[in-house]
Design a protein. Structure first.
Lengths: 329, 259
């Protein structure tokens, strides 16, 4: 049975239940995104709505998805209305919310609700958490190959980390492919030491060639904030499942995210930040605080439908990196 | 150290020469004259006779501008035009967060700068209707010098047309109706302002820096200030790009610590 997820959820519960999680966002961005968008707009989704909502609606309706875990708190408030439409079309949706007050008891209730629905016990979930732990650590190693040894590209860093939301539906195959990628990266020469080191913050991009464009201009993204949060690799093997998802920064307040971002600006010696926002997304408002809180220059890039960067985005990236180079010299 | 900055614009070539951090010489020459009298073609590259301009004995040259791809001077570093203007504004005003509006002879640029770095920009496309060129054409029709045209902003006559060529016919219509010259001139300035204003709105910030030749236009400054904007005009608006080239030269030599 395939269970669609609208963002990262406690995937350990799903794997323990023997079902296959599918991150609907990944199918949308990597698949035939125009088809999914068109389908949703014909169904009546407004033009001035985040493309991701329309995309994942289309994926769940057009692909072979049996159930959906819809995240009602901590991700996107549009998801609530999206869930209403899915249900009206006969899709089965289970609700999950990241408790916004970050209370332990509330997290227990949320995860219990998921476990009850899929009929799994906490022991099985804990076993699955331990099984996934070494994979998460290997993704962390790939992250280090990006910012410590400077061998992995920004896109590789993005792709492997973002894929930790569902481990591509099969953790064993995921691990094998990951090991192959790591072996390949380890054999490479490092990127030049005078490159511009950038951090990427915000939701994963809909601009497919963003990482490539940065590298073409002599920069490299060596920190992917939200994607890294998806890996949960900072947790120890003994952190329980409830704390693990309470420590997850993405669905909670901006201050928690900013604390981590500031740490990584220092650790990874970042020269600047790219803040990506989706058109029509509430997270665009956070740009005001982000720009004020961070000391390094911040370039805000807005994307809409999945597509390549347009001429203006290219020129903006080029000028931004060019001036950072002058400063670095 | 002597640093030379050259900004080759569509209508004028601007040259700034710094000795250490003091501006010791400036030149503004028409682009036509610059190419005709001070340049020659050698093996398909344009070589510039700087000593003829009294500009020998410099340590370093950085150039930018419209013709930057054609310019080849031994040892010159050619830089991106947007960057040159931003460095000019950083150098001349000491500000780090602003919107820079540069209205030149043939185009305009709006550049957003945050923490001293370019984060966004809007450029006009091929049409020169929103540039100094428009003002030049219109002053020819009114048969008054450009300097006179730039003073008028009271009671502007309404010139609607987006196209500068159609704008000329509109202006002739107004002349025929006996509209006073001052109102015609004000109308021309206001029409230029109206074309730039919506673009400016997209990148507005708390502070606007106005540069380029048109920054000497009193009327444009008046209209911008009416928009409730804090407007700064650097001491040498037309030389801003050339000064920016010099500033980068100092930055690269480690003589400026990104002030």
């Amino acid at each position: 049975m395939k269970v669609g997820i609208t963002t990262t959820v406690p995937v350990e519960v799903l794997y323990a239940a023997g079902v296959t999680p599918v991150d609907l966002n990944n199918i949308f961005v990597l698949g035939n995104s125009t088809k999914y968008m068109n389908y949703s707009e014909i169904e009546g989704f407004p033009r001035n709505l985040c493309a991701c909502i329309k995309g994942i609606y289309g994926v769940a309706m057009l692909e072979d998805i049996d159930y959906i875990v819809g995240v009602t708190e901590g991700d996107c408030s549009n998801t609530k209305s999206l869930i209403e439409v899915w249900r009206s079309k006969g899709k089965k949706v289970i609700l999950f919310g990241f408790p916004q007050k970050k209370q332990y008891q509330s997290m227990i209730e949320e995860i219990n609700h998921l476990m009850d629905h899929f009929n799994v016990r906490l022991e099985a979930v804990d076993d699955m958490k331990r099984e996934l732990y070494p994979i998460r650590q290997r993704v962390k190693y790939l992250d280090e190959l990006t910012w410590k040894t400077n061998q992995a590209t920004g896109f590789e860093n993005h792709l492997w980390q973002v894929s930790c939301s569902d481990f591509n539906g099969d953790p064993k195959v995921f691990l094998n492919e990951l090991e192959e990628a790591i072996q390949d990266i380890e054999g490479r020469k490092p990127f030049p030491s005078n490159e511009i080191r950038l951090g990427y913050i915000g939701v994963p991009p809909n601009i497919s060639d963003l990482y490539h464009l940065v590298e073409e201009n002599g920069g490299r993204i060596v920190f992917n904030e939200v994607q890294r949060a998806f890996t949960m690799a900072k947790e120890t093997i003994d952190t329980n499942i409830f704390n693990m998802y309470l420590n997850f920064t993405y669905p909670y307040d901006l201050q928690g995210r900013l604390t981590e971002i500031k740490e990584e600006i220092n650790n990874r010696r970042l020269d600047g930040i790219i803040h990506y926002t989706q058109s029509f997304c509430h997270r665009g408002i956070e740009d005001i605080i982000i720009k004020k809180s961070l000391k390094v220059p911040v370039l805000t890039i807005e994307g809409d439908y999945p597509e390549k960067g347009d001429a203006r985005t290219k020129l903006r990236l080029e000028s931004f990196i060019d001036m950072l180079k002058d400063l670095k010299e | 150290m002597k640093q030379l900055g050259i900004d080759i614009g569509s209508r004028a070539v601007k040259i700034a020469c710094f000795k250490d951090d003091i501006l010791i010489k400036t030149e503004i020459i028409s682009t036509m004259k610059f190419y005709r009298d001070f340049s020659k073609m050698i093996d398909g590259e344009i070589h510039i006779n700087l000593s003829q301009l009294g500009l020998s004995d410099y340590d370093n040259i950085i150039s930018t501008g419209y013709g930057r791809n054609n310019l080849q001077i031994a040892g010159a570093l050619i830089i991106n035009e947007l960057k040159a203007h931003v460095y000019g504004a950083l150098c001349q005003t000491g500000e780090e967060d602003f919107t820079l509006l540069d209205i030149g002879g043939q185009d305009f640029k709006i550049i957003k700068v945050e923490k001293g770095i370019i984060t966004d920009m809007l450029l006009n496309d091929k049409c020169a209707a929103s540039s100094g060129r428009y003002l030049e054409n219109m002053s020819n029709i009114l048969e008054i010098p450009l300097d006179d045209l730039m003073k008028h902003y009271e009671n502007p006559v309404n010139l609607n047309s987006t196209c500068a060529v159609f704008g000329e016919s509109e202006l002739i219509g107004e002349i025929a109706q006996g509209t006073p010259l001052s109102q015609l001139a004000a109308g021309i300035n206001y029409a230029l302002f109206k074309r730039i204003q919506p673009q400016l709105q997209k990148l507005r910030g708390r502070l606007l820096i106005l540069a380029g030749g048109v920054a000497e236009n009193e009327a444009i400054i008046h209209f911008l200030q009416q928009e409730d904007k804090h407007v700064i005009i650097p001491k040498y608006p037309q030389l801003n790009g050339a000064i920016g080239c010099c500033y980068l030269g100092f930055l690269k030599k480690g003589m400026k610590n990104n002030e």
